[in-house]
Design a protein around this ligand. Structure first.
Ligand SMILES: Nc1ncnc2c1ncn2[C@@H]1O[C@H](COP(=O)(O)OP(=O)(O)OP(=O)(O)O)[C@@H](O)[C@H]1O
Length: 637
């Protein structure tokens, strides 16, 4: 409940007018049944006393009230929807602002944070509006409840007291159930996350081939349903308890109402009370019961809705998650162009405090304008080292310096602008070719805040440097080709509409899903697009390429490497590759094993020393020689 003022302030900021309209409508709708019952009683009393003309005023007022209440009801529905739209817009904007704000990525990899994020998203998309609905709905029911209690008092003080007394245990029981609901909500979160994982996997076109080939469909479907069943079992337990409490409440208030009605009917029969009292009592008892049922169910709903808001508040409040690697700091100066180089000194790093060290005392220098290649077996820590250089994580021990200044003292965004990087697990965006390359330097994107007038030319130059220009020339819309079949359906529909004489839909620089044919690229083609993205920062001081040619055919690999040797000649570079033939030209080759540097030097000196690198190189070379020496099969068989 301590979050209630904060949540209310957030709702008031997001949709002040809709919130005010919703509150006013709720108060009017809440008071209307009481006013209607009171006016009905007035009219009936006048009529039974044969004062027909005196009954006209309450009768007309009754009609006006009915119309006003109905209007207020419609206004409430509209205000509710508007509140939902505006709070979702406001909350999703804030939430995703907070999600992309951290400098590092450790928080996003934390399963606890993922659970919290899922709940926070639920709050942002509907939960916050639901909280308002529950709370305002509760206020509306409270107005009706109190109004009828006040109206009941003069007619039947005993039944008013009994109704009030029966409300207390109901409210207490609902408050307890609400707490259980909140507990269940966070208990089932991991199960729901897994359920979402299995369902998205089955919907993912990239996973479709393996799922079909290995016959994984029934397995994943079964697991999805079983996760859902387990989470539903827990929810069902609370729902059953709620049903028991609500039924008891209904029985209790039913018994109170029956007793009060029988007593009052007898008094009216004896002429000791006017008929209008019986009418008011009947309306009041029905109204009180309905309002009480609404009130307790809304009290039951406020708890879970507030708990959801709590998760949202924790994410937008950017409270760090304990456990994972620490979040890189944001403060710092601007790094200048690299003059002397980058130095790693006794760097120790692990992803989580309960995991093994991945880097164990790495000391390494990347001299300005020098080329360093990093090699080693799977899991040696090569990509991790790249992530530390980009400050996606900070080392727990040791330091990394840029011209002698610790990276932690530099502004991360400014540092990253000085780095061009191709990650091993690069991203494939469902955007056009041009946009897929231009995301490497936001200013080259059409519609950027501060656009680079030379953006298009830079994108084409990067594509040429990555050897992807010929491929792009052959695509249906060249650089405007959408690299996704998923969005192509929209495009096809849009084209059809255009052909039928509708509004033209294809514009250069328009949204990616408009009027364009989508194509699916091969793995190697995607890799070259991602390489072009990395090369877009032509002035980057540091170029990092993590397995830039792992998916390329032999010819493309040779072309790309020839270009990369040229490009790397004028800047500081770090190349990671399992293909040792592509690293031999590097000024220095560093061999990493188990998070430690075990040897370094140029190709010739490492070959002469006959260590791990020489062994790896000879093994690869022997593989090629063996393949070349094998007699070709086929014709003779
Ligand atoms: N995000 C992460 N969270 C936890 N552990 C991780 C994460 N990323 C990598 N690791 C672990 O760190 C170790 C080193 O991984 P890394 O990707 O740096 O190796 P690598 O040398 O690049 O391997 P490869 O040659 O296979 O690409 C591995 O044991 C891996 O399991």
């Amino acid at each position: 409940m301590r979050l209630l003022p904060k949540a209310s302030a957030e709702l008031a900021r997001a949709a002040p007018v809709a919130l005010a309209a919703r509150v006013l409508a709720a108060l009017a709708v809440g008071a209307a049944p009481v006013a209607v019952a009171w006016l009905t009683r007035q009219a009936i009393d006048r009529l039974t006393e044969h004062q027909v003309s005196a009954a006209e005023v309450p009768l007309i007022a009754l009609c006006l009230f009915g119309a006003a209440a109905a209007t207020a009801q419609y206004l409430g529905v509209y205000a509710d929807r508007e509140l939902g739209r505006r709070t979702a817009q406001h909350a999703l904007g804030r939430l995703f602002g907070a999600v992309v704000a951290p400098v590092g990525v450790a928080e996003l990899e934390d399963p606890g944070f993922q659970d919290r994020l899922r709940l926070a998203q639920q709050a942002a998309t509907g939960g916050n509006a639901l909280l308002a609905q529950q709370f305002i709905g509760g206020a509306q029911s409270a107005v009706t409840f109190v109004g009828f209690l006040v109206a009941l008092l003069p007619v039947s003080p005993l039944s008013a007291a009994l109704v009030l007394a029966s409300a207390v245990p109901a409210v207490v029981a609902q408050a307890r159930l609400s707490e259980r609901r909140v507990q269940v909500q966070s208990q089932v979160s991991p199960q729901l996350r897994r359920q979402v994982f299995y369902s998205s996997l089955m919907l993912d076109p990239r996973a479709a081939a393996e799922i079909r080939l290995f016959g994984l469909g029934p397995l994943f479907r079964g697991r999805m349903v079983s996760e859902l069943t387990r989470s539903q079992q827990q929810e069902r337990t609370v729902d059953r308890a709620t049903l028991r409490v609500d039924s008891l409440l209904a029985l209790l208030t039913g018994a109170v109402s029956a007793a009060a009605l029988l007593v009052t009917a007898a008094r009216v029969g004896q002429g000791r009370e006017p008929v209008g009292d019986l009418v008011l009592l009947m309306a009041a008892l029905a109204g009180v019961q309905g309002a009480l049922a609404g009130l307790v169910s809304q009290i039951g709903g406020v708890g879970p809705a507030l708990a959801l808001y709590g998760h949202y508040d924790a994410v937008v409040g950017a409270r760090p998650v304990p456990g994972p690697a620490p979040e890189p700091s944001t403060a710092g100066g601007m790094p200048g162009p690299l003059h002397t180089g980058i130095q790693l000194r006794d760097v120790w790093f692990r992803y989580h405090s309960d995991q093994e060290w991945v880097l164990r005392g790495v000391t390494l220098s990347l001299p300005a304008e020098g080329s360093v290649a990093l090699v080693g077996l799977n899991g040696a820590g090569k990509s991790t080292l790249v992530k530390l250089l980009c400050r996606l994580y900070d080392p727990q021990l040791g330091s990394i310096t840029w011209d002698g200044v610790d990276l932690r003292e530099l502004d991360p965004a400014a540092l990253r602008r000085r780095i061009g990087v191709l990650f091993q697990d690069y991203t494939t965006y469902a955007l056009t070719v041009a946009e897929n390359i231009a995301v490497g330097e936001v200013s080259t994107l059409p519609g950027a805040e501060r656009p680079d007038t030379d953006g298009g030319a830079r994108v084409r130059a990067a594509a040429a440097a990555a050897g992807v220009d010929t491929l792009v020339a052959g695509l249906p819309d060249g650089y405007g080709t959408m690299l996704s079949r998923t969005f192509a359906a929209t495009s096809t529909a849009a084209r059809r509409q255009e052909r039928r004489g509708g509004q033209p839909v294809a514009h250069p620089g328009a949204g990616p899903d408009v009027g364009r044919t989508g194509v699916a690229l091969s793995g190697g083609q995607w890799q070259r697009i991602a390489l072009a993205r990395a090369l877009l920062r032509r002035d980057a001081d540091l170029l990092i390429l993590d397995e830039p040619s792992s998916g390329l055919d032999a010819e493309a690999e040779q072309q790309v490497h020839a270009r990369l040797v040229e490009l790397r000649a004028r800047r500081t570079s770090l190349l990671i590759s399992h293909r040792l033939s592509s690293v031999r030209q590097a000024d220095r080759i560093v061999v990493l094993r188990g998070g430690r540097i075990i040897e370094q030097g140029d190709h010739d000196s490492l070959m002469r020393s006959g260590g791990a690198y020489a062994e790896l190189f000879r093994t690869q070379a022997a593989g090629y020689q063996l393949a070349a020496a094998e007699p070709s099969g086929g014709a003779g068989r």
